[in-house]
Design a protein around this ligand. Structure first.
Ligand code: NDP
Ligand code: 8X3
Length: 251
């Protein structure tokens, strides 16, 4: 029986690249996101390549929808070997006192509460089978804070803490927990952060080679395929031209 991976936020960026990468490795895929058309397109493409794919449309912020989606999984899809908690976003780049409270709410509801809801719904399935691997996509913003990163940095520090806590509580059930913390990667991330301002988003990646979505998919594929007795707990992945959150070598 091929292994099954569930990826949240598979309609773009890291999630789409992770789905494509694991599809090529022969995994069965549960792909999720809010944008139905994009999710359906990816599902059709991967199915055409011979993969079994189950697309599920839900908003990770909506805990009733999350629970309904996982509880409603067809029996043949209830054995989830790997969960990649990838869905997330940054909104705004404002100093603390100028930050928009709705932006904070959306980031906390998505990056923190959404990750908790999905993990909480999937963990019992992994516990029942006595194995599983949760891979949480954190960020360098979860290791260090940077100016005007306040709310987003807080959510990614929470992902770091949740990963450590899941690792302890799920230890007796043979469940691995890995946190992958990328630096700057060119996806739709900055377009979303700057609310559709493409010029502002492009500036973020000027003067150096950022990570690509495929770079992160390759790292996720690596941590997911080490031997059963090995768990990579935590990994920080940066562009070579980025030393930390604020130090870039741009030319
Ligand atoms: P993208 O904007 O390209 O993709 C984000 C994905 O998350 C989309 O598929 C989107 O799908 C999904 N998503 C967002 N909100 C929700 C929601 N409420 N419910 C369900 N799905 C949601 O960004 P990235 O691929 O770059 O980001 C992926 C993850 O990586 C995020 O957690 C981000 O914080 C993190 N990250 C990104 C870095 C970067 O520089 N790009 C660096 C470090 C970490 P849809 O809109 O269809 O719901
Ligand atoms: C995304 C990278 O540097 O904008 O998590 O926080 S950064």
């Amino acid at each position: 029986m091929p292994l099954t991976i569930m990826i949240t936020g598979a309609t773009a960026g890291f999630g789409a690249a992770i789905a494509t990468t694991f599809a090529r490795k022969g995994y069965r895929l549960i792909i999720t996101g809010r944008r139905t058309e994009r999710l359906q397109q990816l599902a059709v493409q991967l199915q055409a390549e011979g993969n079994e794919v189950l697309p599920l449309v839900f908003d990770v912020q909506d805990r009733t929808a999350v629970k309904a989606a996982i509880d409603g999984l067809p029996v043949a899809w209830r054995a989830i070997d790997i969960l990649v908690n990838n869905a997330g976003l940054a909104l705004g780049r404002d100093t603390f006192h100028e930050a928009n409270l709705d932006d904070w709410d959306t980031m906390i509801d998505t990056n923190v509460k959404g990750l908790l809801y999905v993990s909480h719904a999937v963990a019992p399935l992994m516990i029942a089978q006595g194995s599983g691997h949760i891979i949480n996509i954190g960020s360098i913003a979860g290791k260090e804070v940077y100016p005007a990163g306040n709310g987003y940095c807080a959510t990614k520090h929470a992902v770091d803490a949740i990963s450590k806590s899941q690792r302890i509580d799920l230890l007796p059930y043979g469940i691995k927990v890995t946190a992958v913390h990328p630096g700057a990667a060119e996806t739709e991330f900055s377009l979303v952060r700057f609310k559709g301002d493409a010029a502002k988003a492009a500036v973020v990646y000027q003067g150096f080679t950022p990570l690509s979505a495929q770079d992160i998919a390759d790292v996720v594929a690596y941590v997911a395929t080490v031997p059963k007795h090995v768990c990579i707990n935590d990994i920080v992945v940066m562009p070579t031209a980025q030393a930390n959150s604020t130090t870039f070598f741009k030319q």
